[in-house]
Structure formats: C-alpha cells, structure tokens
Ligand binder design. Structure first.
Ligand code: NAD
Length: 425
C-alpha cells in the first residue's frame, strides 16, 4: 500500500487502531506537536503483507495471511512480538506496532516498534504444520528483519519454539548462526534467563506499586486475572506469591473462581494436563465475562484487546486495573473508569517487562555473554520502577491519567529523537 492508501485506511480505523490513534492525538495536542510530525507518527514506516501457503499433514494445501508492521525506527531497530490468532488483521497489527514504539520509549530501551501476525489458529495445527508456517512466514519477511533492523519475539499463540524456528530459518539464509534475530528463544540457544517470566514478573511488580499507591496491603488484597497464558499465568503466580488472593482466572474456554484464593501451582498442573483452566477441582466454574466485574482489588486483563468496553466498564468493581494484555481497555471504557476513579495502569507500562528483558537478551547476544537470572530480575525491577515513578510524577504534575502520562512521556522521547536526527533528505 502507498502512504496515501495507508493514511486513508487509518482515517476509517476502528477497534484497537482507533484507540491507538486517539491516544497519539491526545499526546500530540498536549505536546503541541507540529501536524507533519503527528502525521508521520500515525503511519507505520513500513508494512509487509504476505501470503503463506501451507502443505498440511494430510497433503492438502491451505493459505494464510501474515503481516509485519514496523511503526518506527527512530530510536533504534524495530521490536515487537509475533501473534498467531484467527483474529489477526492488519489494523490490529498496526495498533500493536505503534504501542510497541511507545513502550520501548517509555522504558527507555533503544528500539522502535513493530508487530507481526499470522491469521491462523495454532490449536488447529500440529507442531509440524506450525513449524512449516513459521519457516515460510520467516522466509517471506526475511528482507525486512534482522538484529539491527527488526527483532521478533513471542506473543499470543507463539512461544520459544516458534522463536527457535525463526532463528534457524534466518541463520540458514545467512549461512551462519544469528542469535540476535529473535528474543524469547530457548535459553540453550542464547535466550536470556528470566525472559520467559519477565512480562508477568513486571505486571506483578507494577501491580504491587499500584496497590501501595492506593494504600492496599497485598496480604489483604484480592485479584482476578483474565487469560492464563504466558502473561496471565505468571502474573497470577507472582501475585499469589506476594500474598494476594487470586480469586479467579480464565482462558478462552472458561473461568474458575475460589473465594479463598486459587492454588496457582495446582491449577498450573491441571492446565498442563488438560490444556485449560476448565474443570479445575479446587474451584467453581463462573461465566468468563463475570470475571471482569468481580469484587476484587486488582483486575489483570491478560488475554486480548478490547475486553473492557462501554458495556461493562461501569460494572468493574476492582479499584485497580493492571493491563497485562495490550489494549484491553477501549477509549470509552477508559473514560468511564476514570470517572469512577479506577486506577488504570496502561499496557505500555504494565506489560513492558517482556521487552525490557528482550532488550537484555539482545544485549547478551551482542556480548556473547550470559547474565545471571538474579542480575536480569534486578535490572528488570529497577527499570520498571523507574518508569512507574516517571509516570506517577508526570500524571501528578499535570493531572493526567496514567495512560495519558505514559503516552506523553513516550511520544515526547520519540519526537525528541526525530528532532535531533532531522529529516533526510
Ligand atoms: P498466550 O497465547 O500465551 O495466552 C493467551 C491466553 O489468553 C490464553 O490463556 C488464552 O486461552 C486466553 N484467551 C484468549 N482469548 C481469550 C478470551 N477472549 N477470553 C479469555 N481468555 C482468552 O499469550 P500471551 O503471550 O500471554 O499474551 C497475552 C496478552 O499479553 C496479549 O495481549 C499480548 O499482546 C500481551 N503481551 C504479551 C507479552 C509476552 O511477552 N508474551 C508481552 C507484552 C504483552
């Protein structure tokens, strides 16, 4: 697509892209940003749409759509996850890429933002089929990725094995091993200790800061977590370890509740065995949509975007929402939650632990040296706390929501980098 075509599509956007553009517009107005620069930041620097033919195990042929969107490179190589989900479409990938730019800037890691996706349901495919899809997708986007260009990582429906296939495909094409092409890869292939739990550890760390700011003692607090994947599972575990009663969790199949707090270790074993939280004996089943409105102190949406909406935001009982997922709160819901004095800790702060340790993984690949897990975790907490305090002080000084403050800080840093670099030619 040409720039005018992309710009025209953006003006008709709905869903997460609409939310992302509204957040940028607000920051642009607050920062008194020139129109031209605002226009530049609305539109991704580069987009690639690819078609991925797959020879299925039964010999039939299927074709899937894949994307890689690179929103910005001004502060460094583009960085962002790769999502496998039937819901993947270009506008969603654009929104997620833009949020990655802000997240990297807010946490002050030297990256721009990107995101990738394939419109496929991984649960309907064998490992062999997923490997073929991943390798073909990688080979299609090969010209636009690289350790100094754009570095993919896991997201919904992908994991460290997916990253190992990408690394191998890229390395075979180059003729030598390139460990810095992906992050979130297995530790035995140069992955970082602590990367697998980094996002959820960061979510819990920020949730504890948020509780402290509202005078809530974790030992007497309760939480509900939507999503029990890489982010939700770890967030539930770390919150429980901090003394919080995690009363409910859900996944795509259903939700479970225990007033006394779920035994997360036993629940994990159940999920390992059965593939879902549904049927866990130590809890009662509840309607998954009910989880979002439970009377708990902290709500952690850690599944997909757009789950807190104008329909349910007025019913949210939690005093704090910590966005483990990207874009779980629509802009209408944001307004309602603000009016109701619910503290919403935005995604670009709350779930940034993953990209922080991805950065550490990339640094370790560049150094060909492995840091200890304690080193990784300490540096992660230090960076997350710094970003938390930056956001709190900006929000306090200008009477902003945490999302407005976080976005303004991030956009300002990207704009500064643009100004210093100037425009070529
Ligand atoms: P995942 O695939 O590991 O897990 C997703 C979980 O959400 C699964 O338990 C799935 O069953 C559940 N789910 C999906 N649709 C649902 C629905 N409609 N209702 C309830 N549950 C549903 O993915 P993940 O890596 O944990 O990512 C979750 C969110 O966190 C995404 O928004 C992702 O972009 C964001 N995120 C992930 C990372 C990371 O490092 N993995 C980093 C930052 C942000």
């Amino acid at each position: 697509m040409t720039h005018p075509e992309i710009a025209a599509t953006l003006s008709r956007s709905t869903g997460p892209l609409d939310d992302a553009l509204a957040q940028l517009r607000q920051a642009a107005e607050a920062l008194d940003m020139p129109d031209g620069l605002h226009e530049m930041l609305k539109v991704p620097r580069r987009e690639l749409a690819v078609s991925i033919p797959l020879r299925r195990d039964d010999g039939s042929l299927a074709v899937y759509s894949g994307y890689r969107v690179q929103h910005n490179f001004t502060r460094g190589p583009a960085k962002g996850g790769l999502r496998y989900s039937p819901a993947v479409e270009i506008d969603e990938v654009r929104a997620l890429a833009m949020w990655m730019t802000w997240k990297c800037a807010l946490l002050d890691v030297p990256y721009g933002g990107a995101k990738g996706g394939v419109a496929i349901d991984p649960r309907q495919h064998s490992q062999a089929e997923l490997e073929r899809v991943t390798r073909r997708y990688t080979s299609e986007i090969l010209p636009v990725i690289g350790p100094e260009v754009d570095i993919p990582a896991p997201d919904i429906g992908t994991d460290e094995r997916t990253m190992a296939w990408i690394m191998d495909t890229f390395s075979v094409a180059r003729g030598y091993t390139v460990t810095g092409i992906v992050t979130g890869k297995p530790v035995s292939l140069g992955g970082s200790l602590g990367r697998a739990s980094a996002t959820s550890r960061g979510v819990a760390h920020i949730a504890l800061h948020a509780m402290e700011s509202r005078g809530i003692d974790p030992a007497h607090a309760s939480a509900a977590v939507q999503g029990f994947g890489k982010v939700g599972h770890g967030a539930a575990r770390f919150l429980a370890e901090a003394g919080v009663k995690v009363r409910a969790v859900s996944d795509i199949d259903g939700a479970v509740y225990s007033h006394e707090g779920l035994d997360i270790a036993r629940l994990s074993e159940h999920v390992e065995r059965t593939g879902s939280v549904v049927g866990f004996e130590g809890a009662e089943p509840i309607d998954p949509s009910y989880l979002l409105t439970l009377d708990v102190d902290v709500l952690v949406p850690a599944a997909v975007e757009g789950v807190l909406t104008s329909e349910n935001a007025a019913k949210v009982e939690a005093r704090i929402v910590v966005e483990g997922a990207n874009g779980p709160t629509t802009k209408d819901a944001d307004t309602i939650l603000r009016e109701r004095d619910v503290l919403v800790v935005p995604d670009i702060l709350a779930n940034a632990g993953g990209v922080v340790v991805s950065y550490f993984e990339w640094v370790q690949a560049n150094q060909a040296y492995q840091w200890s897990e304690r080193d990784v975790n300490d540096r992660l907490e230090e960076r997350m706390s710094r970003a938390w305090h930056d956001v709190v002080s900006r929000a306090g000084a200008h009477d902003l929501t945490f999302r407005e403050a976080a976005t303004e800080i991030a956009v300002e840093r990207v704009v500064d980098a643009h100004r210093l670099r100037g425009l070529y030619p």
